[in-house]
Design a binder for this molecule. Structure first.
Ligand SMILES: [Zn+2]
Length: 468
């Protein structure tokens, strides 16, 4: 028996472990817990409630029988995907050469890396991240923007019209944690935990928090203390990214020729707002990093998906300061002095976050680091901001047991991430996906044991993970 056919593969959708407790049980037994230990773990996780003990005992009998059929092939299928919005090779490569991104450098050395082509024509980040999570183009997944151009309403997870890779993995019995992913609110039922993108926004005065910030809803209380508000970012935190004590004094500015003086005054007047923006983007990353680490260490999900936005926002805000004189508009000397190194320092911080996530993840399984697009900065004559600043090619770095070591492979596409993850979990790729598994990154021995398979679709009415 093919080890990948237990639990039943997506081909037999009617037999999928659709119930949370059964899926959790499958996951626990796969982790080589004895059925008894799995039962104890289930009680501990309070997942036992929905099934009767009789049904559970029968389920265990089935699972134990299944173990005889070589379930070892599924043991160890683990994933950590870290999405770094806007990460750009032309920033990363010189920094790696200087030894400033040690964690990413190690993954590159030990794994496979390449440029990751974004969607064309350029799309906004929620659209691209939804393509990354579904393997489908926007016309199939339905997320065109932050806001629906027709109705003017915010895009939500309810407007997505394609299944996500974490939903597919959950239905197949793997546990997942999804943290910060764009357009993940309201939280959908998953076989594990979800912390939606809206979690980082704290309560607004006089207004209740939106519902379903997390799945399950009870998770919110547990992780609420991990949310860092922009006010919680200290002077010392800011000093790590910005050199605020080097800005020009009003006296120095007054001595400048008129035109320069105006530029400097303008720059000086905007510095407070810029620092606030820096605090905001940093608080968001810190919040989701803390939530992801909390879930990884306490829930031990098989597959963790973390989205970190700070690099892109920092690039939009601070690229011009690092390229004064090359962006086609005036950047004050004060802004240059304060923020010229902010983008690079933020990449260093992203590498630190990556290192922490890697240490929580531990050995075994696959690590994927990717971005939705690259970054080019504002064109001459243009103000910074929006997708105009984005570059057409982002980054992909993969490493792990089944990934080739130390290879630079040809450019791939954001559409290929989901098919690649499914392949590494031994699941078929769906013919209605728009990407292909990145087999160039996968070891020959893995592909020999687990050839790429295909099914028509994962989109079936009863397909999604169902907690009921
Ligand atoms: Zn951007």
């Amino acid at each position: 028996m093919n080890p990948y056919e237990f639990p039943p593969s997506a081909v037999n959708v009617s037999e999928r472990p659709g119930r949370g407790s059964r899926a959790a049980l499958v996951a626990l037994v796969r982790e080589r817990l004895t059925p008894r230990a799995a039962l104890v773990a289930l009680v501990r996780e309070r997942l036992l409630r929905p099934v009767t003990l009789v049904a559970l005992v029968m389920a265990i009998a089935v699972l134990v029988a299944g173990q005889g059929c070589g379930q070892s092939g599924r043991v160890g299928r683990r994933l950590l995907l870290v999405g770094i919005d806007g990460a750009e090779w032309s920033v990363i490569e010189p920094m790696i050469a200087e030894g400033r991104l040690p964690n990413l450098a190690r993954l590159i050395d030990e794994g496979a890396s390449c440029g990751l082509r974004s969607l064309e024509p350029k799309e906004k980040s929620p659209t691209i991240w939804t393509t990354i999570a579904t393997g489908k183009l926007p016309r199939k997944h339905g997320i065109g923007d932050y806001v629906d151009s027709g109705s003017g309403r915010l895009m939500t997870s309810n407007t997505r019209t394609a299944r996500t890779v974490w939903d597919i993995l959950g239905s197949e019995g793997w546990t997942v944690a999804v943290v910060g992913w764009l357009i993940s609110w309201p939280a959908e039922p998953v076989n594990g935990s979800m912390v939606t993108d809206y979690f980082r926004h704290g309560p607004k005065p006089g207004r209740p928090l939106p519902e379903h910030l997390t799945y399950p809803d009870e998770l919110l209380e547990e992780i609420e203390p991990l949310r860092l508000s922009p006010d919680g970012v200290t002077k010392e935190d800011v000093a790590r990214f910005a050199d605020l004590d080097t800005v020009m004094s009003p006296e120095e500015i007054q001595g400048l020729p008129l035109e320069e003086m105006l530029v400097e005054m303008n720059g000086l007047s905007s510095i407070d707002a810029t620092v606030e923006a820096l605090k905001g983007l940093h608080a968001g990353d810190r919040t989701f990093l803390a939530a992801a680490r909390h879930l990884m260490t306490r829930r031990r999900p098989d597959a963790t998906f973390v989205y970190l936005r700070g690099v892109d926002t920092a690039s939009h805000k601070f690229w011009a300061a690092a390229h004064r004189g090359k962006v086609g508009f005036a950047v004050s000397r004060s802004e240059e002095a304060a923020f010229a190194r902010t983008v690079e320092r933020y990449y260093e911080y992203a590498d630190e976050m990556l290192g922490q996530l890697l240490s929580d993840f531990g050995d075994g399984g696959t690590v994927i680091v990717c971005s939705d697009h690259g970054f080019e900065g504002p064109k001459p004559g243009r103000r910074p901001g929006g997708i105009r600043d984005h570059g057409p090619v982002g980054i992909l770095v993969m490493a792990g047991d089944d990934v080739r070591r130390g290879v630079r492979i040809d450019e791939q596409s954001v559409r290929d991430i989901t098919p690649t993850i499914l392949t590494l979990f031994g699941l078929p790729v769906a013919a209605d996906m728009d990407g292909e598994p990145i087999t160039d990154a996968v070891t020959e021995s893995f592909l020999a044991d687990h050839p790429v398979r295909s099914i028509d679709t994962y989109e079936t009415p009863e397909g999604s993970f169902d907690e009921s």
